[in-house]
Design a protein around this ligand. Structure first.
Ligand code: TRP
Length: 336
């Protein structure tokens, strides 16, 4: 069975997840995870998040796990775990260092960007504040992927290079120690699913134009009322292809609902009415997830137990596989 694996780095707050993330990434991922022909692994990459505030790593792990569970990720259908609960991943990371060329890591975008910024600042050492965990980041990520023999890794564009590096590392290991790892490939989410934000530009945290996924009902309504429109009056025909409100509605609606809405645009629906319809459509879909999110956040024990159960499933794979890998590289008992 095909293995699909993806990691989410627990940095930032779940409060920064927005309805664009929901329709563009979370909803399709949850739908894909229900496909009985794929074996899905989802994990919280907390080792990748070390370095900032200690409390924020743990808090963000809780919030991100709660968010995904709330929107329908089903831990009985996928393996959901926390990276740091799988010690075999760290052991594999070190082993992979032995087949990872330093020159390959020199080419990693994130490391290069940090060095370039230092070089642009007069008097600074090029490696100032560059920690080894930034430099080795792709090796840990390779271990995440290779440990579970993932063939497909859905990631954002910024992570594509890391998946390609994991593939290079796997190839080198296989060449050196014999066929061991599945060669992974990145699956890049299509950007068709990006939503416009309040001001009409792409909805993005960095533009400050987002509708937060778990905004309360009142706030949700208030934000939707702020979405930019043109100045056409009620009764004047309107063009759905030039309307943020329609684009957002389309992302939530069925094909039939969308077709009916295009008719109402042609008939001249007023912007106020359209905003009300949009608010109701989004709220109907999000309200149960919002309630579930709040319930889960108040019950961290429940999430911890789920993660522990997920770790057991993951380790049923990683323990025997690591034993095999250790033997291949020559880490063996002297007598059996
Ligand atoms: N580096 C990824 C990010 O920042 C998160 C991640 C860690 C990941 N390990 C992974 C993604 C393995 C896919 C597969 O978004």
């Amino acid at each position: 069975m095909e293995v699909v694996l993806t990691g989410i780095k627990p940095t930032g707050k779940a409060g920064t997840l927005h309805i664009g993330n929901y329709v563009g990434a979370m909803k399709p991922a949850v739908a894909a995870s229900r496909n009985p022909r794929v074996h899905s692994f989802y994990f919280l990459a907390d080792y990748h998040a070390i370095g900032g505030e200690a409390d924020s790593v743990a808090r963000s792990t809780l919030e991100i796990a709660a968010s995904w569970l709330a929107v329908g990720l089903d831990p009985s259908k996928v393996v959901l775990y926390r990276q740091s609960d799988i010690p075999e991943i760290l052991e594999l990371t070190w082993i992979l260092h032995s087949v990872t060329a330093k020159g390959l890591m020199n080419r990693a975008h994130a490391y290069k960007a940090a060095v370039a910024e230092n070089e642009a600042t007069p008097g600074r050492d090029p490696d100032q504040a560059v920690m080894m965990n930034l430099y080795s980041y792709p090796v840990l990520m390779a271990a995440d992927i290779l440990m579970f023999k993932a063939a497909k890794v859905p990631v954002g564009k910024d992570q594509k290079q890391h998946v390609e590096m994991a593939r290079d590392i796997a190839q080198r290991f296989n060449h050196h120690f014999g066929e061991t790892f599945v060669l992974p490939g990145a699956v890049i989410g299509d950007s068709i699913a990006t939503l416009p934000g309040l001001d009409g530009r792409k909805m993005s945290k960095s533009y400050g134009n987002v509708v937060p996924l778990f905004a309360g009902e009142k706030e949700l309504r208030k934000l939707i009322m702020k979405i930019k429109t043109n100045s056409l009056e009620p009764g004047q025909p309107k063009d759905p292809s030039d309307s943020s409100l329609y684009d957002i509605y389309r992302a939530f609606a069925t094909d039939e609902e969308a077709a009916a809405m295009r008719t109402r645009y042609a008939e001249g629906i007023g912007w106020g009415d359209m905003k009300q319809v949009l608010f109701e459509r989004i709220n109907t879909e999000i309200a149960p997830a919002r309630a579930e999110y709040e319930r889960l956040i108040a019950n961290p024990r429940e999430i911890e137990d789920l993660l522990q159960a997920g770790a057991e499933k993951a380790r049923a794979v990683s323990r025997p596989f690591l034993a095999e890998i250790r033997d291949k590289v020559g880490i063996r008992p002297l007598a059996r």
